[in-house]
Design a protein around this ligand. Structure first.
Ligand code: SF4
Length: 456
C-alpha cells in the first residue's frame, strides 16, 4: 500500500468526528444557498454551461498555439515568460529571480499552483519569508496547515476555531468576531505589502489575444500583491489560457456564480505586463511561469484531457458525498475532491495517487454541478481502469479480476460453483474493500438453475 493510500485510510476516520462534520456541513450549506441564488441570475443557465464548456474545450484543443500567442503578446508588453517542465523547474526559476534581486520578503495572493510546487517550503529553505495575504490562506498558514479546499482554504474552521487560533498566536480576544479578525489581519498585512520585494499570484485566465493575465478575487489582496512590490511573478498552469479578451467578462461572472454565488467577484483585473514609462504604479519586472507538471500527459489523453477545462470553482468538491465526509486533508494532495482525484494521478503519478479514483460513489453529482461540464465521474472510472491495468497493480488483484471477467461472461461458468462456495469466495474478495463493505449473500442455487429445475 502506498503512503498516500495509508493516509487516506487513516485520515478518513475524520468522517466520524461530529464537530468536523458540523463545521463542514454548515459551511457547505452556506455555499449551497449562495450558489442557488447565483444560479437564479441566469436566464439560460444550461446554455451558459454549454458555452463555457465549448469555449474551454476549444482552448484545450488549441492549447499549444494559444500559449505561443500568449507568450508573444505578453513578451511584447515587457513581461518574461518562463516554461517550467515540472515543480523543480518552477521553483528554480523563482529562486534565481529572488537571488538576482536580493529579495527576502514575498507576498502571495491565493494560488493553488504555488501549493502544487511547494513554494512556501522552498522559500523558507532560501531564507525568504512567504506571507499569504488571502484571509483564508493566512488563517491556515498561521495554523501551520495547508489549504483544505481549492477555493475556501479554511473551510474546516468555524469562526470560534479562528478566534481561538488568533488568541493563541497573536493574543487577540478569544471571543473576537470575524470582523475584528479581518481588521487585525488587514493591519498586519499592510505592513507586509509595503515592504515586500516580490508579489506572487496565480492566474485565473491567461488571455492569448492581448497577452494579459486575468485575476478575480474578493479581498483586494491580489491587486495589492501586484501593485506594491517591484517584482511580480505569475505562476500558471498551461490550461489557464483562453483565446480572447472578449470571453473574459463571461468567465469572470461564470466563475463567481459557481464559486461563491456572486454576480461577479469584487475585484477583476487584466494585468498587461509590468509598469510602462507612462504609469506611476505597478511592478517594474513581471515574470509568467507556465507550469506543465503532468498537464501535457493529460492533454494527450483523448477523454481525460477534458479535465483541463476546469476553472477551479470548487463546486464539485462541495457536491461530493465523499468530500463532505472525509474532508480535504484525507486526500493528501493539493487538488482534492472529484477534480483532484482525476488530475492528481497525472500530476503526481498513478502509483501513489491512483487510489483516489476509488474515493467516489459514482453518483454523478460532481458532473451535474460542473460549470464547464466535465464528466468527472466518467473520468474517475477511466482512472480506475488505468490504475487496475497499470503495471503496479498487484499480480493477485489483476489475476482475480481477470478470472472474475472470464467467469462472468457466461452464465454456465458462474453456475459451476454453488451458493456456499460463492459466499466463501465473496468473503475473501470483499476483504480488500474494507470491513464496512458488505458483499451480498448468494442463494444456494442461482435464479437460472432454480428456473431450469422448475421447468424440469
Ligand atoms: S471540475 Fe468543474 S466543478 Fe470541479 S472545480 Fe473544476 S470547474 Fe469547478
Amino acid at each position: 500500500m502506498t503512503n498516500s493510500e495509508q493516509i487516506f485510510i487513516r485520515d478518513s476516520k475524520i468522517a466520524f468526528d461530529r464537530k468536523h462534520r458540523a463545521t463542514l456541513r454548515h459551511n457547505i450549506s452556506k455555499y449551497d444557498q449562495a450558489v442557488a441564488r447565483g444560479r437564479q441570475r441566469y436566464s439560460h443557465f444550461q446554455q451558459a454551461r454549454e458555452k463555457a464548456s465549448f469555449l474551454k474545450g476549444c482552448a484545450v484543443a488549441r492549447l499549444p498555439e494559444l500559449l505561443l500567442e500568449f507568450e508573444k503578446n505578453i513578451t511584447a508588453r515587457g513581461a518574461r515568460v518562463l516554461w517550467a517542465r515540472d515543480a523543480a523547474d518552477a521553483t528554480l526559476f523563482i529562486e534565481n529571480i529572488l537571488k538576482e534581486n536580493d529579495a527576502r520578503l514575498l507576498v502571495k495572493s491565493k494560488s493553488m499552483i504555488s501549493e502544487e510546487i511547494g513554494l512556501n517550503e522552498h522559500a523558507a529553505e532560501w531564507g525568504a519569508e512567504a506571507v499569504e495575504t488571502d484571509l483564508g490562506e493566512f488563517i491556515v498558514q498561521v495554523a501551520g496547515q495547508k489549504p483544505y479546499h481549492i477555493l475556501t482554504p479554511a473551510m474546516h474552521k468555524s469562526k470560534e476555531d479562528v478566534a481561538s487560533l488568533f488568541h493563541e498566536k497573536f493574543g487577540t480576544s478569544a471571543e473576537a468576531t470575524p470582523e475584528q479578525i479581518t481588521r487585525f489581519v488587514r493591519k498586519r498585512l499592510r505592513e507586509k505589502f509595503v515592504t515586500a520585494d516580490v508579489g506572487i499570484t496565480g492566474a485565473n485566465f491567461l488571455v492569448a489575444d492581448v497577452g494579459g493575465v486575468g485575476l478575480t478575487e474578493n479581498e483586494g489582496n491580489g491587486l495589492m500583491t501586484v501593485s506594491f512590490p517591484k517584482i511580480h511573478i505569475v505562476i500558471a498552469g498551461l490550461e489557464r489560457v483562453i483565446p480572447s479578451v472578449a470571453d473574459l467578462p463571461f468567465f469572470f461572472q461564470h466563475l463567481a456564480a459557481h464559486g461563491t454565488g456572486q454576480a461577479i467577484s469584487v475585484y477583476n483585473s487584466l494585468l498587461l505586463g509590468p509598469r510602462t514609462a507612462a504609469e506611476t504604479d505597478g511592478p517594474e519586472q513581471m515574470y509568467v511561469i507556465l507550469l506543465d507538471n503532468g498537464r501535457s500527459q493529460l492533454l494527450a489523453e483523448q477523454e481525460e484531457s477534458a479535465a483541463l477545462k476546469c476553472i477551479r470553482c470548487g463546486a464539485c468538491l462541495n457536491a461530493c458525498p465523499i468530500y463532505q465526509n472525509v474532508g480535504g486533508y484525507t486526500y493528501a494532495a493539493t487538488y482534492t475532491g472529484p477534480i483532484g482525484s482525476v488530475i492528481t494521478p497525472f500530476y503526481n503519478g498513478f502509483r501513489e495517487f491512483g487510489h483516489l479514483s476509488f474515493a467516489c460513489t459514482v453518483c454523478g453529482r460532481c458532473s451535474e454541478v460542473c460549470p464547464v461540464k466535465i464528466p468527472l465521474h466518467e473520468l474517475l472510472l477511466l482512472n480506475r481502469h488505468r490504475k487496475i491495468t497499470a503495471e503496479e497493480t498487484s499480480f493477485g488483484w489483476k489475476a482475480a479480476l481477470k478470472t472474475f471477467g472470464f467467469l462472468s461472461r457466461k452464465r454456465s461458468r458462474l453456475d459451476l460453483a454453488g451458493g456456499r462456495w460463492k459466499n466463501r469466495l465473496a468473503r475473501i474478495a470483499g476483504h480488500p474493500l474494507g470491513k464496512n463493505r458488505e458483499m451480498p449473500r448468494f442463494a444456494p442455487l442461482s435464479f437460472s438453475k432454480q428456473w431450469k429445475n422448475k421447468i424440469a
